[in-house]
Design a protein around this ligand. Sequence first.
Ligand SMILES: [Zn+2]
Length: 298
Amino acid sequence: MSWGPATAGRRPRAVRAWVSRLAFGVARSALALPLLPPDASAAPRARLGLEVSLKPPPGMRSRSLQHPWEGRLARGMLVKESEYIRYVDEYRRKGHFYGTWELVQLLERAARRVAFRLPGSKLSIGELSRREGGPIGGHRSHESGRDVDIGFYMTLPDGRPYYTYSFADFDHRGRGLRPNGYLRFDDARNWELVAKLVADGDARVQYIFVGSDLKARLLREGARRGAPRAVLERAKAVLMQPAHGHPHRNHFHVRIYCAPADQGQCRDRAPFWPWYPGTPPGGQYSRITSPFAGLADP
Ligand SMILES: [Zn+2]
């Protein structure tokens, strides 16, 4: 397989100006970072994985309209390939890589974070939405720019990161199904991804669909790595295997809630987790259970 270069054309002037302002902003905040204490020197790269907080330039404000299964996207933003992000080749030709501004920024932040913590990582992006949203072949949702399919981080048996042409299925032991028995589910990188997605302060995640066996693996990995209880709790709530349809043993499907600025035109339905960015109908949040219940399951 080949990754190929990013296909983005020349950017319009306003966007170029915005990008250079962004680059300057990042450089400036990097300079303003406090000096690291000596004992933190082992992880300077992780600390430089800056949480970039951006505001879109005027005219680039995306809008997610109605529901993910019957909706539209206005001024959708393209996820671009980069040092940290690749498209899954199978989906490259159709080019359904548009999402809301919030979702695209979330993916950028998550990809950077995993790559800073575990160098050599590339986030594998499947489909998001069409530029204008609406129905899209092979999906029952993905219509309003708030859904994205993400391929798992995977490795060869010797631990080297590996990328495939399409999504690959894994069993409960984290081994690739035939004919991909040589593949390994990368517990560490996939956990870091989930941890960042659920802890993000700007884009709030409602669901991460994934097979139950892989969910159990991820929570065990999080506990093993000493993840904060709140992160484990969120992960336990949002990671789920859908009751019907695709079992999600070969990719994550991530959905974010409507951005506060879109509420009114954009519609959410339960569950409304305590991190929902607004007030749920009736003021009732969904309950979450102990993150540690069930962690000992094989
Ligand atoms: Zn999906």
